[in-house]
Design a protein around this ligand. Structure first.
Ligand code: GRF
Length: 209
């Protein structure tokens, strides 16, 4: 159980840049399409992230936490973890958060962190997933929402959506096509988790109807 039943599921969204997935989540919340979930906090590791302005325009609390203000990765993650705990966050959503979290942080919040990745995992983890897909010549790619574990882009998969790769597809056009699906898939996943429809069993997700 990720949160107390009958109460809202409190979410913190972690970003690093553009924030289009953040915006999709906030739009869904505004339209009451986020189930029992409530965005209570947006944390950025980059104080210049465009996503911070988006969060503010939705009247959300924002915190900038720049890594270079901390001596070590441990100190950074200790502070991030304290912020999450002090806000009684139930679910951490990585929406374009460009830092790899250490085992310390992942263990502290195990099964409470989700991420969106622009490929059909386990294909093309890591950076430049759209380019990796094009370079490999696959005919479909897509996006994946998954729980975060100690391996990069490898935790239990919640939802995936495929998109077709056409002849002469560019990295830009593929990224746009995938992003459009990301904006539906991430709010949908959050909604399902908030309604307790997402269970992890033997390292796989089971969707409860
Ligand atoms: C998205 O493509 C997401 O899949 C990846 O980072 C990008 C973030 O974009 N993890 P945005 O900041 O949400 O616009």
């Amino acid at each position: 159980m990720l949160f107390s039943q009958g109460e809202n599921m409190k979410i913190a969204i972690l970003i690093s840049g553009r924030g289009s997935n953040l915006k999709a989540i906030l739009n869904a919340e505004e339209k009451k399409q986020l189930g029992q979930a409530e965005v209570i906090l947006v944390v950025s590791n980059n104080s210049k992230a465009k996503g911070i302005e988006i969060a503010k325009s939705f009247d959300k609390k924002t915190i900038s936490l720049e890594a270079n203000n901390f001596k070590t990765k441990e100190a950074y993650e200790k502070e991030l973890g304290d912020i999450i705990e002090n806000h009684s966050v139930d679910l951490i959503v990585l929406a374009g958060f460009m830092r790899i979290l250490s085992l310390y942080f992942i263990n502290k919040f195990r099964n409470k962190i989700i991420n969106i990745h622009p490929s059909l995992l386990p294909s093309f983890p890591g950076l430049n997933a759209q380019k990796q897909a094009l370079d490999s010549g696959v005919r479909v790619s897509g996006c994946t929402v998954h729980f975060v574990n100690e391996h990069v882009d490898a935790g239990p998969i919640i939802l995936q959506k495929a998109v077709e790769i056409v002849e002469d597809e560019s990295e830009f056009s593929l990224s746009e096509k995938i992003l459009k699906e990301e904006h539906k898939l991430l709010p949908q996943s959050i909604k399902m988790i908030s309604e307790a429809k997402v269970k992890i069993e033997q390292n796989k997700v089971r969707i409860v109807k």
